[in-house]
Design a protein around this ligand. Structure first.
Ligand code: GLC
Length: 691
């Protein structure tokens, strides 16, 4: 690629750092182009310098745009097509927050693999995913896109997603590059208001908020997208410390850094760039390689390089990263990569993909309540169905616009097929499917009121008069406040948004063909006043936990605990953890201790159980969380059987960042907890680390 770089003019180099919509190549009439082109600041000729395209709708569109572009490209450098494939392309999987609930890395990786195959057949080369923004605030609409509040789960599922997209070689058919986002700590937007101020210490950034990005980078993510927010007062897109010291130097990332949509120009609105010229200089020199959806680099930087006011080396390095990714994807040999109408029609929404989507959905919905074991219902049970989501076909969740919705069934249709519906007078059970609409979560969908919808609550109160068991299904892109509604019903299944196979997954769970196994990746608050509420909080100097003294870190009007904690989720089976043993209480350098747990299924029904391992560092250089989730195993156990699971704990599990952001490991005492949820600790040990 260096030889190609040598042939390129400054304009051609800068063009490689611009990403625009395919609209500019698919709309031929000049008049249609005028407005957006003026906004972009490019002439029609200059369009043929750009390097990448944001989004594409079909293999035909990709082929048409690439062909048209290459005809006018002097050096025949192919475009690279990137898109938001967040939880599936046309076969839509559960939203990432639901995927995290599965506590199953393999399923998450499989979902990404399938998404990559389908997207690649459209000619897409890069997915702007995983979204690895650790989030503790359900007021923020983008929690649906995240893997929740825990650093360890964020690491694992971001890594699994990147592996699923990229495989061993992104040139292979059905593989695409992963672009992890949004670097960094976008999920900490103050008050859960999207795009809002973010402020955290370097210590907290490294201890908690970098974990998801690190997972994707360790798994080989080819790109990183930086975030809209500031870090230490400076917008991430132009934050040299964040991009050079943390991302490049500490996390060892040497791929392409791309801005978020229009974020370069938005540094003017942040009040840190005086104008778009400064915005271009600030962002480019801080290390953002590609400018998404605006072209200030192209318009502004040329003269600075030509006048040697900026080192050409910086430009060459950025352009080389772009050319190398295009080469890695094989675009110079085949500019169309996997784009093929024939393949596309065979691959997308195949029975195999839909079957996988159902399997993933089965393991992503969470059983929150099941009083008196009302669920599962007998096959011949009659249901009176109510609620706004019962006739909703689009339960794909946000970030699924490529999703092919024509095949989605509603729960009502699905239950009609199995002849399960009846009028309330003849029904054995009431099923109410409520919660949020698809459009209430995602980007720019923050909320101040997370209460279960008032109108739905009133309907449920009215339905109680029929004195039949009520099963409440809740579709949502975030934790809602269920404190009131929880008292009114016998069973609750939190479905999240489960994607294409939502209806089947829910129906099969209600009738016991699926035994729920998911656990919550985010705490469910009792009320909005508790937010942010998360399990791995620090003890404070006045921990409340049950001490009867009013000078404690507590509220006058609410318990400190969430309604449902991180790691909580019920099953139709009854599991007990027994014979929990540790082979030593002392960890030495380069040595591990072994923990063994027997998972007993005391019921007849086979199912999955998740064993959670937490640690607590009792004394350290900084205050450490009351619990830190460190390991888990999800095991399938047949009825009336047991399975043994083993864990190894070593010094790697004990390290933490001190207040200078340095990774440290102290000698001393730790508590080791074996649990079934963050509030259901079965056995604890005190262990020591001795150097
Ligand atoms: C959006 C989102 C980002 C997405 C990008 C391109 O504003 O913040 O997640 O990848 O624009 O669509």
């Amino acid at each position: 690629m260096k030889e190609l770089l040598r042939q390129m003019t400054t304009e051609e180099k800068l063009g490689q750092l611009v990403m625009i919509s395919p609209f500019f190549f698919t709309h031929h009439e000049q008049k249609q182009l005028t407005g957006p082109l003026v906004e972009l600041g490019l002439t029609e000729d200059e369009l043929y310098f750009v390097g990448s395209i944001l989004g594409i709708g079909s293999p035909e569109e990709m082929i048409k745009v690439q062909e048209k572009y290459l005809k006018r490209s002097r050096l025949k450098i192919p475009l690279i097509f990137m898109a938001d494939i967040i939880h599936g392309y046309q076969t839509i999987f559960p939203i990432p927050l639901a995927l995290a609930s599965s506590f199953n890395e393999e399923l998450v990786e499989t979902a990404a693999k399938i998404a990559a195959k389908e997207a690649a057949s459209s000619g897409i080369g890069v997915s702007f995913s995983p979204m690895a923004d650790l989030s503790r605030d359900p007021r923020w609409g983008r929690v649906m896109e995240s893997f929740g509040e825990d650093p360890y789960l964020n690491y694992l599922f971001s890594a699994a997603t990147t592996r699923g997209y990229q495989g061993k070689n992104i040139k292979e058919k059905g593989k695409i590059a992963s672009c992890v986002k949004h670097f960094a700590a976008y999920g900490l937007a103050e008050a859960g208001k999207d795009y809002n101020t973010v402020d955290l210490s370097v210590y907290n950034l490294k201890q908690n908020f970098l974990s998801g990005y690190k997972g994707a980078i360790d798994a080989g993510a080819k790109m990183v997208m930086n975030s809209f927010n500031i870090f230490q007062g400076v917008p991430a897109v132009m934050n040299r410390y964040l991009l050079q010291n943390i991302l490049r130097a500490e996390l060892g990332f040497n791929g392409i850094i791309i801005s978020d949509y229009n974020a370069v120009k938005e540094t003017v609105a942040h009040g840190v760039s005086a104008d778009f010229r400064a915005a271009a200089i600030n962002s480019f020199t801080a290390g953002t390689d590609i400018e998404m959806a605006s072209a200030t680099y192209f318009k502004v930087l040329k003269e600075l390089f030509d006048q040697n006011k900026l080192p050409l080396k910086l430009l060459d390095e950025a352009v080389l990263r772009v050319l190398n990714l295009k080469q890695e994807l094989g675009l110079f040999e085949n500019p169309y990569k996997d784009a093929s109408t024939e393949d596309h029609n065979k691959i997308v929404m195949s029975d195999k993909h839909l079957a996988e989507a159902l399997k993933v959905a089965h393991q992503s919905l969470v059983l929150l309540k099941n009083e008196n074991h009302v669920l599962p219902l007998q096959q011949n049970a009659k249901i009176a169905l109510f609620g706004p989501n019962s006739a909703e076909a689009n339960l794909n969740g946000a970030w699924s616009w490529h999703g092919y919705r024509a095949v989605n069934k509603t729960l009502k249709e699905s239950l009609e097929e199995t002849n399960s519906l009846a009028l309330i007078e003849d029904a054995d059970y009431i099923v109410y499917f409520g919660g949020e609409k698809n459009s209430e979560s995602g980007e720019a969908k923050s909320k101040t009121n997370l209460d279960f919808p008032e109108a739905q609550l009133k309907e449920l109160v009215a339905l109680r008069k029929y004195n039949k068991p009520i099963i409440l299904l809740i579709a949502a892109g975030r934790p809602l406040i269920l404190t009131e509604v929880e008292k009114l019903v016998d069973s609750i299944i939190y479905t999240w948004f489960l994607g294409t196979k939502s209806a089947a997954a829910i129906r099969e769970t209600i009738f016991g063909l699926n035994n729920p196994s998911a656990k919550l990746p985010m705490s469910f608050p009792r009320n909005c006043g508790q937010i942010p509420i998360y399990y791995n909080h620090l003890p404070t100097g006045r921990p409340a936990d049950g001490i009867d003294d009013s000078y404690r870190s507590a509220y006058l009007d609410s318990p400190n605990t969430p309604l449902y904690p991180f790691g909580y989720g019920l099953s139709y089976s009854q599991f007990k953890l027994k014979n929990i043993t540790l082979d030593s209480a002392v960890i030495k350098p380069e040595q591990a201790i072994n923990l063994s747990v027997e998972v007993c299924n005391c019921s007849e029904r086979a199912g999955y159980e998740v064993v959670l391992i937490y640690l607590r560092d009792l004394v350290a250089q900084v205050s450490r969380p009351i619990l830190e989730f460190k390991k888990f195993k999800k095991v399938f156990v047949n009825g009336k059987s047991s399975v043994n699971v083993n864990f190894q704990i070593n010094q790697e599990d004990l390290v933490y960042y001190n207040s200078h952001g340095k990774l440290v490991l102290d000698e001393g005492e730790f508590e080791l907890h074996v649990a079934q949820a963050s509030n259901k600790i079965i056995k604890s040990f005190t262990i020591n680390f001795l150097k």
